[in-house]
Design a protein around this ligand. Sequence first.
Ligand code: ATP
Ligand code: MG
Length: 269
Amino acid sequence: MRGAPVGPSGSVPVAARDTVLEVSEVAVQFGGVRAIDDASLVVGRRELVGVIGPNGAGKTTLFDVISGFRRPTRGRVELDGTDVTGRSVAWRARHGVRRTFQRQQVFGALTVRENLLAAVEGDRMRGGVVVDLLGLSSRRSGASRQARRVDDVLELCDLGALRDVPAGSLPIGAARMLELGRALVHEPRVLLLDEPTSGLGEAEAAAMSTALRAYLADHECGVVLVEHDVGFVMDHCDRIVVLNLGAVLAAGPPDVIRADPAVRAAYLG
Ligand SMILES: Nc1ncnc2c1ncn2[C@@H]1O[C@H](COP(=O)(O)OP(=O)(O)OP(=O)(O)O)[C@@H](O)[C@H]1O
Ligand SMILES: [Mg+2]
């Protein structure tokens, strides 16, 4: 919602939110293991939601369900109010669902800029038929639009100075930022980040949060990030969902989660 009132931490108040993603009563079973057991989640536009929970709580599996890599045994996934539970990964990606993975996925031999171009190239190829019908000039303008998006992301992620450095030789902070950038060039409406600050120091993690907020200021996107770093989630997310044994143990703003007796007992210790 462009021009929505923004709270002191850059967060959008609940009343101003529109739902961009809704996961309802999802279950995933692997043989005898209930990886997700009746989990629900709502994400608003321009909202940053953190998902925390111990190892094996079902966080990555939940991302697999939202992005279409895994069909749930039960439950629904809605994107902008449309049921997409039966849609493929490719369909959801085309409609704005993007994710990063727990293990890094960049091309080490390509430069930072080439990595971003390679990511955005997929979008251009998909537009190929229409672009061909419209002729060379549109093809050129399509290419320059993609190049502009890459430049925007270089700036947003503070990677401009490293644009010509091979991704394989980046320090970890910049490498994680590049991963985020590869998702952002697609201008996602739902962005899923699996442990984006893993291995980062506090300042590098804060820089990532700054980049995400800058993106959300200009795009009607909802971000969900899985984190082991509870401090980061408490400091930077609008809302937190605590998963435990595949179920939602608690959900709410950071101060509510911090004070929740069930969360303290099960997770925060
Ligand atoms: N492909 C699979 N086959 C069988 N069991 C699986 C599979 N993927 C995940 N599981 C099980 O499902 C449960 C949830 O796993 P998941 O990877 O979603 O947890 P997580 O919260 O992401 O954990 P971590 O914090 O370690 O990344 C675990 O018990 C895991 O062993
Ligand atoms: Mg995981």
